[in-house]
Write a protein that binds this ligand. Sequence first.
Ligand SMILES: Nc1nc2c(ncn2[C@@H]2O[C@H](COP(=O)(O)OP(=O)(O)OP(=O)(O)O)[C@@H](O)[C@H]2O)c(=O)[nH]1
Ligand SMILES: [Mg+2]
Length: 432
Amino acid sequence: MKEITETTENIERFILVGVERGNDNMEASLAELHELLKTAGGESAGTVIQNLESFNKATYIGTGKVEELKEMLADTGADGIITDDELSPAQMKNLEDALGCKVLDRTMLILDIFAKHAVTGEGKIQVEMAQLKYRSSRLQGFGTSLSRLGGRIGTRGPGESKLESDRRTIRNRISQLSKEINDVRAARDTARKKRLANAVPVIAIVGYTNAGKSTLLNRLTDADILAEDKLFATLDPTTRGMQLPDGEQVLFTDTVGFIHKLPHNLIEAFRSTLEEAKYADILVHVVDSSNIEAEEHIKVVYRTLDELHVEGKPVVTLFNKSDVPGASSRIIKDTRADVSFKVSAATGEGIEDFLNEIARILRESKVLIDTVFPYTEAGNVARIRKEGQLIAEEYVAEGVHVKAYIPKSLAGQLGITASGKARCCNKRTSRS
Ligand SMILES: Nc1nc2c(ncn2[C@@H]2O[C@H](COP(=O)(O)OP(=O)(O)OP(=O)(O)O)[C@@H](O)[C@H]2O)c(=O)[nH]1
Ligand SMILES: [Mg+2]
């Protein structure tokens, strides 16, 4: 009996608070906040929505609503409140003082989930950095409640590390983490360069959190990644190789999911991880077509990609979860996709057509060259052998006559035009 009571007491309960301004869809946003809270291990004790033209500078919601919230806290016995928007330090302090309970905002909740889900050293460093940056700007805002309730929702650090609350310690830790993040970035750059040098095409799987990105990668490559009905189940990018139906070898990378109101500090801290998409040859955009907010999710994904300056890449959109009743009959549009497919990563439906399309796009991104390289340029011929698909190679008086499909990027680097003619024709003889 005692055990049950303790378990129930251990689950923190919060009242979800949102401000509806103009045409925000606050109910959907609060439903998502609820999902975030569940993922963090908490429960909802009710919701409060207020219509306002703009946020109250001092208390986020209006003073009347604060009083109402106070009564609701007493009635429900909730542990605290969570606001749907990031609070300023002053708003947080004023709300804490007025309500006498734990006050969290959407950003803290997302940071908390990231802290719980970061697995690799890289992920942990990035989360801790984002958390410390958030905290350093609002140390006074965290009145007594956070130190008192250390270790629970909103205060957890990645792994076992304790989140520091002293300003000087935070500053030192941030500068140490900055160095570690630079090392991580350098390692990621090296790995990327190696992949580019190998010229194996990279396909980045992007999308809203919980869309089914990891499930897709598992289906394609037996990657055995955690795929769960939770938000931000996977934070660390996983790259796996596979062979397309036409025999071409490619790499698929699963990336961290995006969300509405993704905290800016997280985008900054996770930049090197998120930028995996920037260096990909193709973006595969996974959309949960069974979610009624799918179109809003699509907008958030493109807004985030724009913020990361990921542009000019072919986008293949997968309207996923087509097996869910009702999902496949809904008409959802992704106007920025070059092509889209209805698929189910769970059952495999539509996956073959999707892979054939990837193979087609990759073939089209190559050019056929038919060129003679002087013997002094043997290095270039070696690169073509390695990075392209060689059709014929012949040693002639002027040099090596090569016929091959090569990536457009390599053709550009070698100064060869699509028709196979070298830009500098006095150096090479074209035989196209
Ligand atoms: N019915 C159905 N469920 C799916 C499908 N694809 C994924 N799911 C489920 O959707 C949930 C989320 O899947 P994940 O693969 O973890 O999603 P994700 O995009 O990697 O999510 P994050 O890592 O949290 O950003 C899991 O419970 C999956 O089992 C599908 O095609 N059909
Ligand atoms: Mg995932």
